[in-house]
Design a protein around this ligand. Structure first.
Ligand code: LLP
Length: 437
């Protein structure tokens, strides 16, 4: 017998920990997220749809802010907003007191719209344009994280031109990104700490950049940043990275990046947020000395498990395998195709069904690679069934696209049994909205 979405415990109503906190199976045997019946949500809002448990988002945000503050009082938790750049998500995390990491002018615009204090926004990027730097300075962004000597030069020129124009001695606070030659066990496309990286300064090159900034009348180097990669399920690489930073001198501020992995499938047991921040704070204390300001930048581990995607089965085909095709796919979740990422799935209206058939969950896009999950046990799906894939909050909406002219899905926030649409579904008119003739 295969238990599918249910955890292998005795309690038939207990869902695996990949689902949002507070999710359950109701007495109709349907999945419930934030107190809302997932099948009813699918009928009301259509599919595909991203369904977010607001309480889950807030609970993880608090685990981060309280956990780090308890261990290193001078600290800030930055939402790495590339993970879920949706205004309503920025808004909730700003309300929860987080600061924000943006990696482009577009993310900066969204963060401002979501209510973040510009002084607590950090602008990243390995290829920032003059326009993006101008925008950041206009907005009063607190810190810019510099990534290369050209980046240093470009920012210096932009700040100098302003200072000259205004006749003032404005100085921009900056950090520099260090690539500490540490790689974790993750997909190569999301590993960033290795020496040969497009990001940051290697340990050997950093002293020159530090000296260069120290000599600038327009920039103030407040500290170092590093981010070694994403979806890391072990803590040891983080320890090695912090230890490497310590070789570069003594600073007031250390931004230790993001990268904590999450469970996409039940068998994965990532370190807890509390365990992760404790390790970071202890390592910072031991390697960098007491009293440092410690910043961290979680993305995935804040948002991934807050969200599920709902789809509707369109067709079921049995040839060599059983192919269950739904109304979304690589336009709403590119991760299986880009990184071979594994997800779980269930029939949201038959969560207690024990009889399972092994299926391939296929998307609707015109290529064979558009398979969301291979070899997944599902409760004998038929057209019209609602399928749920949990843990889609990180980099799903963020990397959504219009392949095959498929409109991007809506985002629905659920809390205490109320569902609210925070991003509407794209329309066919939206697909033509940028045409100029
Ligand atoms: N800080 C910096 C500078 C980053 O580049 C990233 C992620 C983070 C923080 C947040 O990392 P997280 O806590 O989310 O692991 N599209 C890929 C993930 C790319 C991550 C890019 N940088 C995926 O879907 O797996």
């Amino acid at each position: 017998m295969i238990l599918g979405a249910l955890s292998a415990s005795d309690d038939p109503y207990l869902l695996s920990h990949v689902y949002p906190i507070g999710s359950r199976v109701n007495n109709r045997g349907h999945l419930e997220i934030g107190g809302c019946d997932a099948v009813e949500l699918a009928y009301e809002f259509g599919t595909p749809a991203y369904v977010v448990s607001e309480d889950d988002l807030r609970a993880r945000a608090r685990a981060y802010t309280r956990g780090l503050a308890a261990r290193n009082p001078d600290c800030d938790v930055l939402f790495a907003s590339k993970a879920f750049p949706c205004t309503a998500v920025y808004r909730v995390l700003a309300e929860e007191g987080l600061a924000c990491d943006v990696a482009s002018g577009g993310e900066l615009a969204l963060a401002l719209r979501g209510g973040f204090d510009p002084a607590r926004i950090y602008l990243h990027g390995n290829a920032k344009s003059v326009e993006e730097l101008e925008f950041a300075l206009d907005a009063g962004v607190g810190h810019i994280v510099l990534d290369s000597l050209h980046d240093v030069e470009r920012l210096e020129q932009v700040v100098a031109a302003r200072a000259a124009g205004a006749g003032s001695g404005f100085i921009q606070d900056v950090l520099i990104r260090i690539t500490p030659d540490v790689s974790g066990n993750t997909h190569a496309a999301i590993s960033t700490g290795q020496a040969d990286s497009k990001f940051g300064f290697g340990l050997a090159d950093a002293p020159l950049a530090i000296e260069r900034i120290a000599g600038s009348p327009h920039l103030r180097l407040v500290g170092l940043h590093c981010h070694i990669g994403s979806q890391l399920l072990e803590l040891d690489p983080f320890i090695r990275a912090v230890t490497a930073l310590a070789t570069l001198g003594d600073y007031d501020v250390y931004n230790l990046g993001g990268g904590l992995g999450v469970a996409y499938v039940e068998a994965q047991e990532p370190p807890s947020i509390a365990g992760y921040v404790t390790t970071l704070a202890n390592t910072a204390h031991a390697a960098l000395g007491p009293g440092k300001r410690v910043l961290i930048e979680p993305g995935r581990s804040l948002v991934a498990n807050s969200t599920v995607t709902l789809y509707t089965v369109q067709t079921v085909k049995r040839n060599v395998s059983t192919w269950v095709a739904v109304d979304g796919g690589m336009s709403d979740n590119l991760r299986p195709m880009l990184y071979g990422a594994r997800y779980e799935a269930a029939v949201a209206g038959r969560m207690l069904e024990r009889h399972m058939e092994i299926c391939h969950l296929a998307g609707k896009h015109c290529e064979s690679g558009d398979v969301i999950i291979r070899d997944i046990p599902l409760a004998s799906p038929v057209p019209g069934d609602i399928i749920v894939t949990p843990a889609t909050g990180a980099y799903g909406y963020a990397m959504a696209n219009n392949y095959n002219g498929v409109p991007r899905p809506p985002v629905i926030f659920c809390k205490d049994g109320d569902a609210r649409l925070v991003v509407r579904r794209e329309t066919y008119d939206d697909l033509m909205g940028r045409d100029v003739e």
